[in-house]
Design a protein around this ligand. Sequence first.
Ligand SMILES: [Zn+2]
Length: 223
Amino acid sequence: MMIKWLGHSAFEITTSTDKSIFIDPWIENPLSPVSLDDISKADLVLVTHDHFDHIGNTVDICKKTSAMVVTNPETSNKLSQSGVENVIGINIGGSVEPIDGVKVTMVQAFHSSESGCPAGFLLHIDGKIIYHAGDTGIFSSMELLGDLYDINVALIPIGSVFTMDSYQAAKSLRLLKPDVAIPMHYGTFSALVKDAKEFLDLAKRESPDVKVVVLKPGEEWGL
Ligand SMILES: [Zn+2]
């Protein structure tokens, strides 16, 4: 399975059975290494919350590929009205298997959303667990998530202003206890933290057992 960072909070995960999963696909973000024209296949799209930088190009991708979308019920209604055909609305604590071999669990995030409730996702794929935190501040129930789920990879925001900063993100790794952390939601807007250097240093100090993998936009990492 490969995890490719597309800039901001957008990732493409390719499973061992060649399923293509996009999370928060704002493909037109300033860091994005790909354009919409480059995307011809998508099986599943996950949207953590209804802000332009997360819902992004979901409608364009789904119209092109007929991908299934999983998001909160209110945002899923909005997407249906925009012409997205295959949408599943779920809520915090719930799990579904929208495509064969991929289970998705919605968990809390502390943020806002133009429709529905903001969330994070746990993806259960090929016996591994990937956590995408969405946009959130740090919260103590991350420790519970770390106890409930043996998280292999945590995709976590570090950019501050709208989400956790480097310090909170480094501390969150003590709660989540992933094997690997990949930072996201930085460097996109001038207001956000510019790079992952401080996070890398703080994570080493706060959570030395967690391996931090800093991807360049377009770079991928396999597990
Ligand atoms: Zn955001």
